[in-house]
Design a protein around this ligand. Structure first.
Ligand SMILES: Cc1cc2nc3c(=O)[nH]c(=O)nc-3n(C[C@H](O)[C@H](O)[C@H](O)COP(=O)(O)OP(=O)(O)OC[C@H]3O[C@@H](n4cnc5c(N)ncnc54)[C@H](O)[C@@H]3O)c2cc1C
Length: 391
C-alpha cells in the first residue's frame, strides 16, 4: 500500500493497542454500555485526540489518509472508540480551518492533549438531514450570545468540555442556511444534558439530548468572528467526518470477515470444514472483495483530501460503499456462524448491531447518493468522471 515509515509506526501502535487492550474487553464493555473511561484515557496517552491537529498546536498533524488508517484499526477492535474521536477531531478541524488565530490558540492545544474533548451539536428533534431547518437560536446580548434550543443525538455530550453549537443567528435569512452560525461553548449554566438515548449498538459512547436554556457564551466564541458562516463551516468539516465513517465501516467489516474466515475453517459439517463448501466460499470471496474495494475507496478519498483537492464526491462514495459493505459483510459473517453468531458468546452479533450506524451517521446514505449524483452531474456532465478527473 506504500505507507510511509511514520504511517506504519502509527498503524503498528494502534494495532497493538486494539489487540492487547481493546479486543479482549470490547464485547463485555459493549454489554455493560458504560463510558470506557480507562480506554479513553489510554487513547489520550497515545496522542489520538491530537491526531489531525497541526503540530503547531501540539497535535500530530496527521493527514486524512493516516487518520483513516488509525480509525480503521481502532474500529476493528471496537467501533465505539472511533466514535469518541470523530466529533472531537471534526470540531478541531473546523476551528483550525475557520477559527480566528486567537480561537485556535485558546482551544486547540488542550484539545490536542485530550484534556478538553469536543461535541458537535447539529441535530435537533425536528432537524437532522435538513440542517437548515434547525430552530436553536442565538441572540446577541452585549458581549454574549444567548442560546435557546434543543439538540439530539449528541455524541460525547457528557464528557465534552467544548461544544460546537450550530444555531440560527438570523431567522429571516434567505436561503435559511445563510442565517446559521457556529458558536463554541463551554460547560456552564444553561447547558444541560437532559437524556442518554438508548441504542441498538455503538454502546459505551454517550449519545444524548442537550438543552440550551438562556445559555450564554461570549461573542468572541463565534467561529471565525462572522455570523452566517456556520453551514459552510460544518459542511467543510463533514468531508473528514465522512472519511472517518467510511474507515469505521471498513474496520468493522474487516473484523467480521476475519471472524467468519476463522470460524469457517474450524467448524465442520458433513465431514469437512464449512470453508470447503462452495456456498461458504462464495460468501467469503464476495465479502473480501467488497472489503478491499471499500478500503481502497476510503484511502483514495483521504489521499485526495490530503492533496488539497475537493473530495466531497470521493468521500461520499467511500462512505456510501463502505457502510453498505459493512452491513452486508456483518450479516454474512453472522450467517456463516450459524446459531452461535446470534449469541453474545462471540463478537459477530456486536458487529451486526454496530454496522447500521454507519449508514446513518455523517449524512444518511440516501443523502450521500444525492450528494454524489449532484456532484457528478455538475462537475462531470459526460458521466465519465474517472477519465475527466485524471483516473
Ligand atoms: C448514534 C448516533 C450518533 C449521532 N451523533 C451525532 C452528533 O454527535 N452530533 C449531531 O449533530 N448529530 C448526531 N447524530 C445525528 C445524525 O447525524 C442524524 O440522525 C442523521 O443526520 C439523520 O437525521 P435524522 O435522524 O433527523 O433523520 P431524517 O433527516 O428525519 O431522515 C429520515 C429518513 O428520511 C431520509 N431523507 C431525509 N431527507 C431526504 C431527502 N432529501 N431525500 C431522500 N431521503 C431523505 C433519510 O435518509 C432517512 O432515511 C447521531 C445519530 C446517531 C444515531
Amino acid at each position: 500500500m506504500g505507507l510511509s515509515e511514520e504511517q506504519r509506526a502509527l498503524v503498528g501502535t494502534v494495532r497493538d493497542f486494539t489487540r492487547r487492550e481493546v479486543a479482549p474487553v470490547a464485547s463485555a464493555m459493549d454489554r455493560a454500555d458504560a463510558y470506557p473511561a480507562d480506554l479513553v484515557g489510554r487513547m489520550r496517552e497515545l496522542g489520538f485526540f491530537g491526531a489531525t491537529i497541526s503540530e503547531e498546536y501540539g497535535g500530530s498533524g496527521a493527514g486524512a489518509e493516516t487518520y483513516a488508517l488509525l480509525i480503521e484499526e481502532l474500529a476493528k477492535g471496537w467501533m465505539s472508540l472511533a466514535g469518541v474521536l470523530n466529533t472531537h477531531l471534526l470540531v478541531a478541524h473546523m476551528i483550525e480551518v475557520s477559527g480566528a488565530p486567537e480561537q485556535r490558540e485558546r482551544f486547540l492545544p488542550a484539545m490536542a492533549r485530550g484534556e478538553r474533548r469536543a461535541a458537535l451539536c447539529i441535530t435537533e428533534p425536528d432537524a437532522g438531514t435538513d440542517v437548515a431547518a434547525i430552530k436553536t437560536r442565538a441572540v446577541r446580548d452585549g458581549d454574549d450570545y444567548v442560546v435557546n434550543g434543543r439538540k439530539q443525538f449528541i455524541t460525547n455530550a457528557r464528557s465534552a468540555s467544548v461544544y460546537a453549537i450550530v444555531c440560527k443567528t438570523d431567522e429571516t435569512a434567505d436561503p435559511p442556511r445563510r442565517g446559521i452560525s457556529l458558536l463554541l461553548g463551554e460547560k456552564r449554566p444553561g447547558l444541560n444534558v437532559t437524556r442518554d438515548i438508548p441504542k441498538l449498538g455503538y454502546h459505551g459512547v454517550e449519545t444524548c439530548e442537550v438543552a440550551f436554556e438562556d445559555y450564554r457564551t461570549p461573542a468572541t466564541n463565534l467561529l471565525g468572528g462572522v455570523e452566517g458562516e456556520g453551514f459552510r463551516q460544518v459542511m467543510g468539516g463533514l468531508e473528514l467526518g465522512r472519511i472517518n465513517v467510511a474507515a469505521r465501516a471498513v474496520g468493522v467489516a474487516r473484523a467480521a470477515l476475519e471472524a467468519a474466515a476463522r470460524y469457517a475453517q474450524e467448524r465442520r459439517t458433513f465431514g469437512k470444514p464449512i470453508a470447503e463448501h462452495q456456498a461458504i466460499q462464495q460468501k467469503l470471496a464476495d465479502m473480501a472483495t467488497q472489503v478491499k474495494a471499500a478500503h481502497l475507496l476510503t484511502m483514495d478519498a483521504a489521499r485526495k483530501k490530503d492533496r488539497g483537492e475537493r473530495a466531497d464526491l470521493d468521500a461520499g462514495m467511500a462512505k456510501l460503499f463502505a457502510s453498505e459493505t459493512c452491513l452486508t459483510v456483518a450479516t454474512e459473517a453472522m450467517r456463516i456462524h450459524g446459531g452461535v453468531g446470534y449469541t453474545q458468546d462471540l463478537p459477530v452479533e456486536r458487529y451486526f448491531r454496530d454496522a447500521p450506524l454507519m449508514i446513518i451517521g455523517e449524512g444518511t446514505n440516501e443523502i450521500q447518493r444525492q450528494v454524489i449524483a449532484r456532484s457528478l452531474l455538475r462537475n462531470y456532465p459526460s458521466g465519465d468522471f474517472l477519465f475527466e478527473a485524471g483516473l
